[in-house]
Write a protein of this length. Structure first.
Length: 548
């Protein structure tokens, strides 16, 4: 709750009067939705004075899932997001206030906890090697050089690392280890990504070292995260009376003292927007606040199907980066978007979702891995030309999936590599060709024809999926609330949250909480970041893992 003055009676603090305040939220992704919820719940901003401006026709942003845009017989998720007890403290704080999708008597948090007690993750086949053999991934494969490099990276400060790449810190033997194959595919790191960001992951997720081979720390939602997290949150926001405006694209903003050259406060004064009716201006008065979501990892997404290939867009067509590019011209501390969106080839991704009109493929997968469907997490074929991984969730993964149908999500990490069975780049392959390659990697040739005949493949090309891991320097990501910002802040994966890690739901939710609490003076404590290295047991387990 926000507090700004003392009671004249007994000195106790009283809630701030927010009856005239308006909060304008640019972007309807999880960061913006979380900011709206925290503004209502904790800052006591009237819900009908919280405005979400979203350029698309749906909320959720990159945290999506549902029917395929060009094929109503297929379902798709563009990505998978890892949740853990220790990592997602702000997320769980939010979810504890939101009624679940199917049972309003319990919260999303309660539903998730109960679901994971019933269906825990314990991978038995995290890595697959040559000839379809399951690798003993409990052995990390470190040599002395790898251990020394790990220690050196942890001992090097972030400022000293600067824009160095991961490959600058290790020799080639490290990139052949089981540990790297598990870590990179669980968290989506490439060798050319930021060493500073990898270091943050090591520190923030040190508790995962001892269970990275089983993914035992992973928590999954009952359905896909859009239906289990976004839909309930959207329902709650609308029930409170939040003003959600779809089809509204914010192009730019004006500020007083934008650069901060003068010693006084810096204020956002108006928003320039594009609606279906044309261009408009939203003027911001003395009681108006605004938070801007910066950048997008799913900008310019394209989709393909069984017989088509998704286009790789290189020229930033949908304008998701335009706002940040315009804002960055106004002040040096508003960040540097080109550091993240300037190299498509280093950050592009291709994922694919299989919609199967039978459980044949998943049943065979369960038999092969020794994991009941939904209990195995990610499986990676380490030597495959496309470096394929598949993540089979508990079924049904979508609440509206027809009875007996199944879905599973997968991706390739080397999409310009040549397939072992389909002799072309994954980025140039149709959905049927990608599924054919996957079936051969599994060794399931005897069911290939039936699986191909009963499966819809939705491929997804994302030019900026891992852009948040770009090599960066201090200042490339702006603060959530810049110095002396009186009524504005920034949200999402491209702002700076010291110690926290990007490419997580938690990071987005954390920025929403940080922005609202700072702008509105909320005195409720933000859940602290878990520091596993302060727990001797966790630290000991991590060190022991390096000698497996």
């Amino acid at each position: 709750m926000g507090f700004v003055k003392q009671s004249l009676v007994d000195g106790t603090r009283v809630p701030a009067d927010r009856s005239k305040d308006h909060l304008w939220i640019v972007g309807g992704g999880i960061a913006g939705m979380a900011a709206a919820a925290f503004a209502i719940r904790d800052a006591r901003v009237p819900a009908n004075q919280v405005h979400i401006l979203e350029m698309l026709g749906i909320e959720g942003g990159s945290l999506d899932g549902g029917r395929t845009p060009n094929n109503k017989r297929a379902w798709v998720t563009r990505g998978a997001r890892m949740l853990t007890d220790e990592l997602n403290q702000c997320t769980w704080d939010l979810c504890d206030s939101i009624p679940s999708l199917e049972d309003p008597s319990i919260s999303v948090l309660q539903e998730t906890r109960e679901f994971n007690k019933k269906w825990p993750i314990h991978a038995r086949a995290r890595l697959i090697g040559d000839q379809h053999k399951i690798i003993d991934s409990s052995k990390f494969g470190f040599d002395l050089s790898s251990r020394v490099a790990m220690t050196r990276l942890l001992a090097t400060s972030e400022s000293s690392l600067g824009a160095r790449r991961i490959e600058d810190m290790y020799d080639e033997d490290f990139f052949k280890t089981n540990f790297w194959n598990m870590w990179r595919t669980t968290f989506a790191f490439q060798k050319w990504h930021s060493a500073a960001e990898l270091r943050r992951y090591y520190v923030r997720l040190v508790q995962e070292f001892s269970r990275i081979n089983t993914l035992g720390g992973t928590r999954h939602t009952k359905y896909n995260q859009y239906d289990s997290m976004i839909v309930p949150l959207q329902r709650w926001l609308l029930a409170q009376g939040v003003d959600v405006r779809f089809g509204v694209k914010v192009l730019d903003a004006d500020f007083e003292n934008a650069s901060g050259a003068n010693p006084g406060p810096r204020r956002a004064t108006q928003l320039y927007v594009q609606t279906r009716k044309g261009k408009d201006v939203i003027k911001l008065g003395a009681n108006d606040y605004v938070v801007f979501t910066l950048g997008s990892i799913t900008a310019d997404t394209t989709y393909g199907g069984n017989d088509t290939v998704p286009e790789l867009i290189r020229d930033r067509r949908d304008g998701s980066w335009t706002l940040w590019e315009n804002l960055a011209l106004k002040a040096k501390d508003f960040g540097n978007p080109i550091a993240f969106c300037g190299n498509v080839d280093e950050h592009k991704w291709e994922s694919f979702t299989l919609t199967c009109r039978s459980s044949l493929l998943l049943d065979r997968m369960a038999e092969y891995t020794g994991n009941e469907i939904g209990s195995g997490g990610l499986v990676t074929w380490v030597n495959s030309g496309w470096h394929l991984s598949i993540d089979t969730a508990h079924q049904p993964h979508f609440p509206d999936l027809p009875q007996g149908w199944t879905t599973t999500w997968a991706y390739g990490f080397e999409i310009d590599g040549i397939g072992d069975y389909v002799k072309k780049k994954m980025s140039e392959a149709t959905g049927t060709e990608i599924l054919t390659e996957l079936i051969h990697q599994m060794g399931f040739e005897d069911i290939k024809d039936e699986v191909l005949a009963t499966t819809e493949v939705t491929t997804v090309m994302m030019p900026y999926a891992s852009a948040l891991f770009a090599c960066r320097t201090p200042g490339d990501r702006p603060k959530v609330v810049p110095n002396r910002a009186a009524n504005f802040g920034f949200l999402g994966q491209f702002v700076e949250m010291p110690e926290d890690i990007v490419f997580t739901v938690e990071y987005s939710v954390h920025t929403g909480m940080e922005a609202v609490y700072n702008l509105f003076g909320v005195e409720r404590q933000i859940p602290p970041i878990y520091h596993g290295l302060l727990d001797p047991k966790v630290g000991k387990q991590a060190v022991e893992c390096m000698f497996r």
